[in-house]
Design a protein around this ligand. Structure first.
Ligand SMILES: [Zn+2]
Length: 260
């Protein structure tokens, strides 16, 4: 028999039978794992936590042939700011869904775990919808980086030139182009503010460009998901997210002459 001590967050919780919960956990030490917490739903449960998303738990897990059961749990951080707002909760659930679909089972991902905890803290402290959206965009950019599809240095997909100013994004190929290689019908010009934010995950960006950034990040994540053969799980997340942020991730822009 094996015991694991781990710091973990609940990505998804569902009831099993009358009293138990099945938890999809993002663990710092174990990666994405599934565990069962017994007797969590009964009124006089011994647990001091409800095993719901948006908290960091210090867990002791009993491992019997890779079937994990929670033996003890201690709350380390509860993101009450996320829990207290419907808007923040929905955006947090979208983050959880993205983490769940890109994580391979039982594969330790310390970089992604750190990005996820940072994203929850940012979302928790967000003062308004624009800051919530920015926290979400930053997380999608971190996920792209961790998956090996980061955009910290941009190159033209066609000629390979390093892109600095005048960056175009192809809505057909989901790729960046230089102004020489750009196709005027399907490429849109990106503003320097947006390009800078996509590169660094930081800086001044207005609410409209934040939403444009989310739409572009979803397109880049979709390409990554196809390469990683997780397109089916990703599509579910992408549809929810497009509805949540009211961004269109599939259609080509109707006003491509406008800078985004
Ligand atoms: Zn080019």
């Amino acid at each position: 028999m094996v015991y694991h001590w781990t710091l973990a967050s609940v990505l998804y919780a569902s009831r099993v039978g009358e009293k138990d919960k099945r938890l999809v956990l993002f663990s710092r030490e174990l990666g994405k794992v599934t565990a069962v917490a017994r007797g969590t739903v009964v009124p006089d449960a011994k647990w001091s936590t409800s095993f719901e998303p948006f908290s960091l738990l210090y867990l002791r897990l009993y491992d019997r042939s890779h079937f994990l059961t929670v033996v003890s749990a201690e709350e380390r951080v509860v993101y009450t700011g996320v829990l207290s707002s419907l808007s923040r909760s929905l955006k947090g659930m979208a983050m959880n869904q993205l983490a769940e679909c890109v994580l391979e089972p039982s594969s330790q991902e310390p970089g992604l775990f750190a990005a996820y905890v940072t994203a929850l803290s940012r979302l928790n402290l967000a003062a308004n919808a624009a800051e919530e959206d920015r926290a979400f965009l930053q997380f999608t950019l971190d996920v792209l980086t961790e998956l090996g599809f980061g955009v910290s240095s941009l190159h033209c997909e066609r000629c390979g030139a390093a892109l600095d100013d005048h960056v175009r994004f192809s809505m057909r190929d989901n790729a960046f182009h230089c102004s020489h290689c750009a196709n005027s019908e399907t490429d849109v010009a990106l503003s320097p503010e947006l390009v800078s934010f996509l590169r660094t995950g930081d800086g001044d960006i207005d609410p409209r460009r934040t939403l444009t950034g989310i739409a572009l990040a979803l397109r880049l994540l979709r390409s990554a998901a196809e390469t990683l053969a997780i397109a089916q799980a990703f599509e579910h997340f992408a549809q929810n997210t497009a509805t949540l942020f009211r961004v269109d991730t599939k259609e080509e822009p109707k006003e491509s002459c406008h800078e985004l």
